[in-house]
Design a protein around this ligand. Structure first.
Ligand code: 0X9
Ligand code: ZN
Length: 417
């Protein structure tokens, strides 16, 4: 009888794994901790699986009931940011307001994002093209939009500098793809009326990649809302459980393997077995190497409200730091002007933490393009679970920051500054 029960339990466990049952967050809380000394970060890392954010002395952690108990026992008392993670996720899943053609009132599925991109391209063939950059590890296409005047007349215009904007390397950062869809929509609709927009589309090639990590994004919808990495199978752990995922933003070759990345396949910052071991980063990097005049780039993330630039792998200032600072502060002012939100600006390593193998370091280090990382809303009240009401305001406020980057790209070769 016991053997039968054990067998049944095993079957149920196997079934729940293979059927992609939703992971629940009942009893989970998000806490904000304040470090008294830097060494405490290591202790927290050893007690907590899911660290949401680290900035200076502040650490946001998402805790199971057991982890809450362990932290309390170790003497930590945090400010509670989210009292019931499970309830908030459920509420946001049922919160689906009617759409009436507005793409920004709720979070879209991957298929919906791709359909919206397809529609933009089909309806505006003189300004937009859609193409596939490559495929993910589960063989989903990674699509890009190319916005430029008369895209069909040349595969790439040799005299139009290129700007690449991408989002969603990290699966749970749901606010990031809408900002690029919104940008595409507004550029198209204002081409006839806004002189600046017309100039940018006439003279630049603007490439948008709203979902770099489609497998991870789907997985956050079907199974685990707070998943971060891609869906690479990494083998089994000591208990025989399968381990999945490489942090795509630790898998780029420039500075790969250094501080702020992990060699442990179970870690949320696992760098993978080699630079570009993942199809998502591999295809994206090959494609970016093929662009003849790549000048500027933004890798969009959330959360914390930051505008970041190289380096991530070292605390040394990058070449042309003064240029990064000027453009960074101009984008910061543009964001503030819309809804009065503050986004702090600075180099990655000194503003947040060391992080090696990131995209921004590669784009600047290898391609020499002005490359930024944005961290969008909010500053911690909801973190990755940003309510749908904030999708549109977030899109609205980053829009002029992107325009600011375009303006700078056209002004002159920034290397001459
Ligand atoms: O840690 C990251 O990858 C980013 N923060 S997030 O909370 N969205 O995960 C910051 C990335 C900074 N950029 C580079 N290190 N290149
Ligand atoms: Zn991220």
């Amino acid at each position: 009888m016991i053997r039968v029960a054990g067998f049944l339990a095993l079957l149920i466990a196997l079934w729940s794994f293979s059927s992609g049952q939703q992971v629940h967050y009942d009893g989970y809380q998000v806490w904000r901790l304040t470090l008294e000394k830097p060494a405490q970060l290591e202790e927290i890392q050893s007690l907590v699986r899911d660290i949401w954010m680290v900035r200076g002395k502040t650490v946001d952690v998402c805790l199971s009931p057991e982890e809450q108990w362990a932290l309390r026992k170790a003497g930590y008392t945090g400010e509670v940011l989210i009292k019931d993670v499970g309830a908030l996720i459920r509420q946001q899943q049922t919160d689906f307001t009617p759409q009436d053609g507005n793409l920004f009132t709720r979070y879209l599925t991957l298929d919906e994002i791709y359909a919206a991109m397809r529609q933009l391209a089909d309806q505006n063939p003189r300004l937009v093209q859609m193409f596939e950059i490559g495929r993910s590890i589960e063989n989903r296409p990674i699509y890009a939009l190319r916005l430029t005047k008369d895209p069909r007349r040349a595969r790439v215009y040799r005299d139009r500098p290129q700007v690449v904007l991408n989002a969603m390397q990290h699966a749970r950062e749901w606010i990031t793809p809408p900002t690029l869809l919104y940008l595409a929509q507004r550029l198209i609709s204002e081409y006839q009326t806004d002189m600046r927009v017309r100039e940018y589309l006439d003279r630049l090639e603007i490439y948008l990649v709203p979902v770099v990590n489609p497998d991870g994004y789907v997985y956050t919808h079907t199974t685990q809302r707070l998943w971060r990495k891609n869906r690479r199978y990494n083998g089994r752990n000591a208990w025989g459980q399968p381990i999945y995922g490489v942090d795509l933003n630790r898998n780029w070759s420039y500075g790969w393997g250094g501080a702020g990345s992990s060699g442990n396949p179970s870690s949320d910052t696992y760098r993978g077995t080699a630079p570009f071991s993942e199809p998502e980063t591999y295809y994206l990097s090959r494609w970016m190497l093929s662009l003849p005049l790549l000048r500027a780039h933004v890798d969009v993330h959330s959360y914390s409200q930051l505008i970041l630039w190289p380096w991530g792998f070292t605390a040394d200032l990058p070449p042309f730091n003064a240029v990064f600072e000027r453009v960074g502060l101009a984008m910061q002012a543009a964001i503030f002007s819309v809804h009065g939100q503050n986004y702090a600006a600075g180099p990655i390593a000194t503003t947040i933490y060391l992080a090696s193998g990131g995209m921004t370091d590669w784009v600047f280090g290898v391609r020499g393009a002005l490359s930024f990382t944005y961290e969008l809303r909010d500053t911690g009240q909801y973190g990755f679970l940003l309510p749908p009401e904030q999708i549109l305001p977030t899109c609205e406020e980053v829009y002029p920051a992107f325009l600011e980057l375009f303006r700078w790209t056209l002004r002159r070769d920034w290397r001459e500054e």
